[in-house]
Design a protein around this ligand. Structure first.
Ligand code: PGA
Length: 248
């Protein structure tokens, strides 16, 4: 049985003080949550988040990392730095990073390999644009993104990966994919992993849906056979809403 995972992607929101306040508000609301609860604040807020989450069931993830260990890479953050803080998850290849910060399937793969080598759990984001969906290439595109992201990843490592299917047209738009659309692509991803590895690995991998998940639609989305929770943006910034999602 896979555990459902609710991860909050806070994006470029909340200061360190606001991070402490939001986690303090969230913690009692999710203390008995069935789902694993992860919050992913921006890098400068990670120390505050780890501190505030101590003694709770809330885990902390980063929104990005760099694929080199150390050195002359101004502005970047290494896996060791995140681990040293007590961060255990890292979002890799979010569509906003692909769109605004020139991330490619290749850099996503390098980051996934580095995260796994160091023992950080990657949350790998894949998903199509509206144009690509209308062109009928969603399944091909998502399969390609998954295959490249997992190049060189062993079967044992692959079992620890989370894949977030996030149609770009559903992110921050209030336009959620239908349950059928979300389930169909999440199943495509699981079938792809089965081809790449085996049924065992495909059964173990957590596949989330992301894109305008909210307190009203999370229960139905998460009840699908191949949807193991969600990567949540806007609704994760409100403790009450994210608590409902985490309890879905
Ligand atoms: P959203 O963002 O929930 O605000 O649509 C999801 C995401 O980008 O992970």
């Amino acid at each position: 049985m896979r555990q459902t995972v609710a991860a909050g992607n806070w994006k470029m929101n909340k200061t360190p003080s606001e991070t402490r306040a939001l986690i303090a508000e969230l913690a009692p609301l999710v203390k008995d949550a069935k789902n694993k609860v992860i919050v992913c604040p921006t890098a400068v807020c990670l120390p505050a988040a780890v501190e505030a989450a101590k003694g709770t069931n809330i885990l902390v993830g980063a929104q990005n990392l760099y694929f080199e260990d150390k050195g002359a890479f101004t502005g970047e953050i290494s896996a060791d730095m995140l681990l040293d803080l007590g961060v255990s998850y890292v979002i890799i290849g979010h569509s906003e990073r692909r769109q605004y910060f020139a991330e490619t399937d290749e850099t996503v793969n390098k980051k996934v390999l580095k995260a796994l080598e160091k023992g950080l759990n990657p949350i790998i984001c894949v998903g199509e644009s509206l144009e690509q969906r209308e062109q009928g290439i969603t399944a091909d595109l998502v399969r390609m993104q998954v295959k490249i992201a997992l190049q060189g990843v062993s079967a044992e490592q692959a079992k620890t990966v989370i894949i977030a299917y996030e149609p770009i047209w559903a992110i921050g738009t209030g336009k959620t994919a239908t349950t059928e659309q979300a389930e169909e692509v999440c199943k495509t991803i699981r079938d792809c992993i089965c081809e790449l590895y085996c049924a065992d690995v495909a059964e173990a991998v957590i596949i989330q849906y992301g894109g305008s998940v909210n307190a009203g639609n999370s229960a139905e989305l998460f009840s699908q056979a191949n949807i193991d929770g969600g990567l949540v943006g806007g609704a994760s910034l409100k403790a009450a809403d994210f608590a409902v999602i985490a309890n879905s």
